[in-house]
Design a protein. Structure first.
Length: 229
């Protein structure tokens, strides 16, 4: 099976992972749960190791796109590997980072992933301690996505991002929440939305569970099933 959920923030919002475990007691490491960004939410190496130890006790394999609350110094220190058609950081056998602009073929599903977003409170954070410039989606991330999308004729089953494209940001309830929020990453994702033929698009970041128009889904405390055998 393949599930998807929203931000877990290390061990802060991981109740949903144990909910999946309880709801489906026969899962194995061949089953996947995908986290739509802000997977870690912790910044010290000790906290990072602690979080990974908790994740190892779960019966399934965890996949995640990066959010804006990640320690990118630690995350980018992992060796880049190939997995299911795309590049990854393998944090452990049970925890895998799906990198920006990559396209994967996972159990028959073609999935595009683009993590990243801007922190709205970065002026209160310290660089390389609680904030990293790497949080924002870059032009190179988009170029990589366009390159990999071209290989599949710009057609995928699922897109997974941390934030959403700009046109979705202007829908309610997000429109009422966007005053003063940087839109760099949302603008860049709009480029991808315009050229991508997708069936469903999932994102986190906004701490909300809501189904939107055009098959967009914002996730936080809930989980959805992407594939069930």
């Amino acid at each position: 099976m393949i599930f998807i959920t929203g931000d877990t923030h290390g061990d802060i919002d991981i109740d949903v992972l144990f909910e999946i475990k309880a709801d489906y007691p026969n899962l194995s490491k061949k089953d996947y749960v995908i986290v739509a960004g802000d997977f870690s939410g912790y910044w010290s190496e000790m906290q990072w190791i602690y979080t990974l130890e908790i994740m190892k006790d779960l019966p399934f394999t965890l996949l995640f796109v990066d959010g804006n609350h990640e320690n990118f110094d630690i995350l980018n220190s992992y060796k880049i590997e190939e997995w299911n058609g795309g590049k990854i950081h393998k944090l452990s056998e049970d925890v895998i980072h799906l990198m920006r602009g990559e396209v994967y073929k996972i159990d028959g599903l073609i999935i595009l992933t683009i993590g990243g977003a801007e922190s709205t409170d970065k002026e209160y954070r310290k660089e390389h301690i609680s904030w990293w410039k790497d949080e924002s989606i870059t032009n190179n991330d988009i170029k990589n996505a366009l390159y990999n999308l071209a290989k599949v004729n710009n057609k995928v089953d699922i897109v997974i991002t941390h934030t959403m494209p700009l046109s979705v940001l202007y829908q309610e309830p997000f429109y009422s929440m966007t005053r003063g929020i940087p839109k760099n990453s949302e603008i860049k994702l709009e480029e991808i939305k315009k050229i991508t033929d997708y069936k469903k698009w999932y994102f986190g970041h906004w701490h909300l569970d809501k189904e939107l128009k055009n098959n967009f889904y914002c996730l936080y405390k809930k989980y959805l099933i992407l594939k069930q055998h």
